[in-house]
Design a protein. Structure first.
Length: 335
């Protein structure tokens, strides 16, 4: 059964730093901090509408949840916890900074029914973290992961978030971040390509020429490689790209936003795999049939059939068929 979230955004409250890329109000569309009563109202509506609450978590995103004033944090958790338990939602998911985790906080979170903690690692390069005014180090990420995991199987699901294309980040820094996140072995990962929003320091750097993002294709390549690395290591990629938003589209001035960013990445994975299969052929193929998992046929064809067009221009007409025996992201050439 597919997992889902009831998303409640807490923009900026608690953040000790304003990172170079950050404008939570635009990203979330939220303009004010929720009250406990608003949390209850949101959960009440969702509970009446969702078919499988047992696979759903109440999720506090945005800002730095464990850094907000303690009374307010517990007020929100108290309201949400009323909707956790038998016949209700599975638990509570929170997103926070790695330097805002300690044993006391973790015991409080567990007492309110928090089931998952996502840490905004963003990069595992200290120089990149410093350049983007994150205010924490890669070691802080590792320390927080260790603390969260120390609560064992009855504790929390650990998630990490990374950003691709930050100011002063090189492709080498991205590969190192992917490697180190893989070694930390979280249960889930979110991959966010940088989107430059009006009013941020990153926007100022972009407009002054101080920041030049990767080519869009390079960001897709890195993200698709990250997906394969994580999924191959048993880490679920639960998000790749910002969700489609009128607020982001209104305020963005650069970066790597695309409403179907994950689909682009998945198409890139299949393109590379199909190219490898064709390169192994002893003679050129003007037609080729690839078998993939039935649920991945559209992914293999590419966004708006881009892979079909790509191979056609190279002289090969491809056909994609489904085969239940082939795992996700794999393909098999059948000529």
């Amino acid at each position: 059964m597919k997992h889902s979230n009831i998303s409640i955004f807490v923009p900026h409250i608690g953040c000790p730093h304003r990172c170079s890329f950050c404008d939570q109000n635009t990203i979330s569309g939220a303009q004010h901090a929720p009250t406990a009563d608003e949390v209850r109202a949101t959960c009440t509506r969702a509970l009446a509408q969702i078919r499988s609450p047992q696979n759903t978590e109440i999720a506090f995103f945005g800002g730095s949840f464990t850094a907000i004033p303690r009374p307010y944090m517990e007020e929100l958790l108290g309201a949400a916890s009323e909707f956790v338990g038998e016949g209700k939602f599975r638990g509570i998911r929170i997103s926070t900074r790695p330097d805002c985790i300690d044993p006391e906080i973790l015991f409080i979170l567990r007492s309110y029914g928090v089931t998952a903690i996502e840490l905004g690692a963003q990069s595992m390069s200290d120089s990149v973290l410093e350049a983007n005014e994150r205010g924490h180090t890669a070691q802080d990420v590792e320390n927080a992961c260790e603390l969260i995991k120390s609560f064992g199987n009855d504790g929390f699901e650990l998630g990490l978030q990374m950003m691709i294309g930050l100011y002063k980040s090189t492709p080498g820094d991205e590969w190192e971040t992917i490697r180190r996140i893989t070694e930390l072995s979280p249960a889930t990962v979110r991959i966010y390509p940088v989107v430059v929003l009006k009013g941020t320091r990153l926007a100022q750097l972009l407009e002054s020429g101080g920041y030049t993002p990767f080519e869009f294709e390079k960001a897709v390549e890195i993200a698709s490689s990250a997906m394969i690395m994580f999924e191959g290591s048993g880490i679920r990629v639960i998000k790749c790209g910002l969700h489609a938003s009128e607020f982001v589209e209104r305020d963005m001035i650069g970066g790597f936003y695309h409403p179907a960013f994950r689909e682009l990445c998945e198409g890139m994975v299949y393109r590379h795999n199909m190219e490898f299969e064709l390169d192994e052929c002893t003679s050129p193929a003007d037609r080729a049939t690839f078998a993939v998992s039935p649920s991945c046929i559209s992914k293999a064809l590419g966004h708006k059939k881009s892979n079909y067009e790509y191979f056609l221009k190279k002289g090969t007409e491809i056909k994609i068929i489904g085969d239940d025996n082939i795992p996700k992201y794999k393909c098999e050439l059948r000529r």
